[in-house]
Design a binder for this molecule. Structure first.
Ligand SMILES: Nc1ncnc2c1ncn2[C@@H]1O[C@H](COP(=O)(O)OP(=O)(O)O)[C@@H](O)[C@H]1O
Ligand SMILES: [Mg+2]
Length: 420
């Protein structure tokens, strides 16, 4: 089989790594890929959001399965375009991708189908939103409706913070059209976990829960990032809660989507808050998380290419398994200054030295320059390791981090520490 992975981050390197291990793979393309994916297949210089060029390429090369990494092309309808052309593409159709593309759509959907989530109100007028905030009082969470690259959510501790968030989203239009409508939510309290399920209309298989580390500095300090590290499974999620999440969130969502005439196929990634009154959905994403994918794929005891192909074709094999005795951790190495301004072009050394049977380096912001690998992004790479316990997985990942050098490298030193 020929496969095409679309995207250029650590998530896509992990997907390419998983797919490249399949005995059924004959050729792998990554568009546009990075300095790491280049070793697993052929990088093709097509941007992830150029749907027309991707479809043309898939046709020309007779690609059997295309796997979309990032959300933007999904929300733009890439899967519909591939399906119309008779090409298998793993991901949700445009109408189903609205679960991520519009937070208001997702909240109304959850309300309609009784899926546990924070109470909320929707506003398309800043004055009305501010009046509501003054009446309700803080804390509250203010969210721009549309895609905002992870920057459109404000957890407001005071009425004044809430009003300035409304001003930023709606009056100053910091997120453009994404802020025409906004949500005001009750603030939930608890610990956050990420759950990922591979879904195909009626069926789903759920990965072990994972936990991301969003803030840039140790101790969850500093601004939010795309994610600085992750681990799985999450020890504080019990088997009973796992079952509850599967039934009352994942399966209920699939059922609701079928009822609404927008059946769901692809990855459903629910960001959850484990509250005193049970798990509640903070948001849905319609693609794999980054860096969660880097820890989830090493947990899969099976053939990723087969699983994604079957799901894209409406079938999920019944016997999908995860390594029950395996834990995984990933530590992101970033460029100094990220998530703000940072330098590019530093030479990375020690990469080959870091690989072993239980450890791999997933590249994100890297490019090849001759035989050198150089930095080209804020999140540069994710050192991923696994072992029989979380502490061994985390220790092995950090041992890998110690071997890698580039100018301006920094990383969090406390990935997973809270649960050890
Ligand atoms: N209702 C809520 N209560 C408490 N915290 C929230 C709530 N909604 C969002 N958050 C916090 O804000 C973060 C980002 O919100 P989320 O809805 O996941 O949006 P996005 O990932 O698109 O930025 C969450 O990971 C969580 O930490
Ligand atoms: Mg989120």
């Amino acid at each position: 089989m020929k496969a095409l992975v679309v995207g250029s981050g650590g998530r896509e390197h992990a997907l390419a790594w998983g797919i490249s291990r399949s005995p059924n793979l004959s050729k792998l393309f990554i568009a546009p890929g990075n300095g790491g994916t280049d070793r697993l297949g052929e990088n093709v210089s097509i941007p992830a959001d150029d749907v027309t060029a991707l479809l043309e390429f898939a046709g020309k090369e007779s690609v059997d399965l295309t796997v979309i990494g990032p959300e933007a092309p999904l929300v733009e309808g890439v899967v519909d375009r591939f399906r119309e052309a008779g090409r298998a593409c793993f991901g949700p159709a445009q109408a189903a991708a609205r679960l991520e593309g519009s937070k208001v759509f997702a909240k109304m959907f959850m309300k309609r189908h009784g899926i546990p989530t924070a109470d909320f109100e929707v506003f398309d007028n800043a004055d009305a939103a501010c009046a509501y905030v003054r009446e309700k009082g803080a804390p509250l969470v203010i969210k721009a409706d549309g895609l905002a690259a992870g920057k459109g959510v404000f957890v407001a501790e005071s009425v004044q913070d809430a009003e300035s968030a409304i001003d930023e989203i709606m009056v100053r239009k910091a997120f453009g059209e994404s802020g025409r409508t906004l949500l005001i939510e009750e603030r939930l309290v608890g610990r956050e976990v990420s759950v990922h399920a591979i879904c195909s209309v009626e069926r789903a298989v759920m990965f072990p829960p994972a936990q991301d580390h969003k803030r840039v500095y140790d101790g969850d300090k500093g601004p939010n990032t795309g994610g600085m590290g992750a681990y799985a499974p999450v020890p504080f999620v019990t088997a009973t809660q796992h079952e509850e999440i599967f039934e009352s969130i994942i399966m209920k969502t699939l059922k609701g989507m079928r009822r609404d005439g927008t059946p769901y196929t692809g990855v459903l990634y629910a960001g959850l808050m484990m509250t005193d009154s049970g798990p509640k959905v903070l948001e849905f994403n319609v693609r794999f998380g980054d860096p969660e994918t880097q820890v989830l794929l090493p947990m899969l005891d099976g053939d990723l290419l087969d699983l994604l192909t079957e799901a894209a074709e409406g079938r999920i094999p019944k016997d999908v398994r995860f390594y029950g005795d395996r834990c995984a951790a990933t530590v992101v190495m970033a460029s100094d200054g990220y998530p703000g301004l940072y330098e590019k072009g530093a030479v990375i050394s020690g990469l080959a030295d870091t690989l072993d049977d239980n450890r791999v380096v997933f590249h994100a912001g890297t490019v090849l320059d001759g035989d050198k690998v150089i930095t080209s992004g804020g999140r540069v790479l994710a050192v991923t390791a696994w072992g029989p316990s979380l502490s061994e997985a985390i220790g092995h990942a950090y041992e890998g981090v110690d071997r890698i050098r580039f100018d301006g490298a920094f990383y969090r030193k406390d990935i997973g520490r809270k649960v050890l």
